[in-house]
Write a protein that binds this ligand. Structure first.
Ligand code: AMP
Ligand code: MN
Ligand code: MN
Ligand code: MN
Length: 301
């Protein structure tokens, strides 16, 4: 049975292809009971998503995916079940949106030097929200016929080492964790296997993340293969982090997994939705109401 939870997704408020309303409808139709909206560096889509969920058999978890510069690389920290109106969070995210605007101009200038003019206007035409990301440039490049699909144009133009790549100078890890904590949320390391860090570097990231109050990592992710899932489950257990699961869905046009297709967490994991007051799928709530959650193993967190 697919997982009823999906705690990582994007809408047109960042680089997703679906509006918050369309995303929530699709998620409900796919049978999800709990969906987190985690747009890049913004909570602008959360209110609309919550309104859409109000009339459907699905619970919307307000969230965000914060861009962080750590160890010379970009890593993503997801904040879940947070207050989207928190002033500290909003002020922090505003700074990242300003960084995104400046980076978009730089990406456009570099693409122009590589013989592709007008990329800024082109990317804007593919952007419904207030913030520009690489995916908007990718959609423009595909529309210009410069590649087959998003993956193809990322590989040739936007990935590290390619002509349109600009690293971005994002939040520090402690900043991102402080903003999430201020908003009452739970911090989770997004798609940890995707960074291709050495074990040592990943453990160092986890150490600093835990020191700053982080409590979870994505074990099941749209960008994890079966081996990644088992490796991250073992790491979560060893480092006593809660396990999260998210598709990282961006819409039907992207290479990501479809909504409602995530596999279950490995048994050894303690799921983040067992955290007090975290929204639960109805079947979990019923089961927990009838008897104690016997399935949760002894786990000293
Ligand atoms: P940004 O935060 O603007 O640097 O953009 C990061 C986003 O680019 C990710 O969240 C994905 O949506 C997208 N992305 C990164 N790498 C790829 C890829 N190889 N293929 C398709 N999309 C990608
Ligand atoms: Mn994205
Ligand atoms: Mn990400
Ligand atoms: Mn994401």
């Amino acid at each position: 049975m697919p997982l009823a939870y999906d705690l990582h997704s994007h809408s047109t408020a960042s680089d997703g292809a679906l509006t918050p309303t369309a995303l929530v409808w699709r998620a409900a139709h796919a049978g999800l009971a709990v969906l987190a909206l985690t747009d890049h560096d913004t909570v602008a889509g959360v209110a609309e998503a919550q309104r859409a969920a109000a009339g459907l058999p699905i619970t919307l978890v307000p969230g965000v995916e914060i861009s962080v510069t750590w160890g010379g690389r970009t890593v993503h920290i997801v904040g879940l079940n947070l207050d989207p109106d928190c002033a500290t969070l909003r002020a922090g995210l505003d700074g990242l949106l300003a960084e995104r605007a400046g980076r978009a101009e730089e990406i456009s200038a570099r693409l122009a030097r590589a013989g592709i003019p007008d990329a800024l206007a082109g990317a804007r035409a593919h952007c419904a929200g207030a913030q520009l990301g690489r995916t908007h440039f990718a959609r423009f490049l595909v529309a210009r016929g410069l590649g087959r699909d998003l993956r193809d144009v990322f590989k040739h133009y936007l990935a590290e080492g390619r002509p349109g790549h600009v690293a971005g100078d994002w939040a520090t890890l402690p900043q991102a964790l402080d903003w999430i904590r201020a908003a009452g949320g739970l911090a989770v390391i997004a798609h940890p296997a995707r960074y291709r860090f050495t074990r040592t570097k990943l453990r160092r990231l986890i150490g600093e993340f835990r020191d700053g109050g982080g409590i979870g990592i994505e074990v099941v992710s749209g960008s994890h293969n079966r081996d990644d899932v088992h490796a991250m489950a073992a790491l979560a257990r060893e480092t006593r982090l809660l396990a999260s699961a998210g598709s990282d869905y961006h819409g039907p046009d992207t290479p990501w997994i479809e909504l409602g297709r995530l596999g279950q967490l490995p048994d050894a994991c303690r799921a983040i939705w067992t955290w007090p007051a975290f929204p639960r799928a109805p079947l979990d709530s019923i089961r927990d109401g009838i008897s104690p959650p016997l399935a949760v193993p002894a786990f000293a967190c």
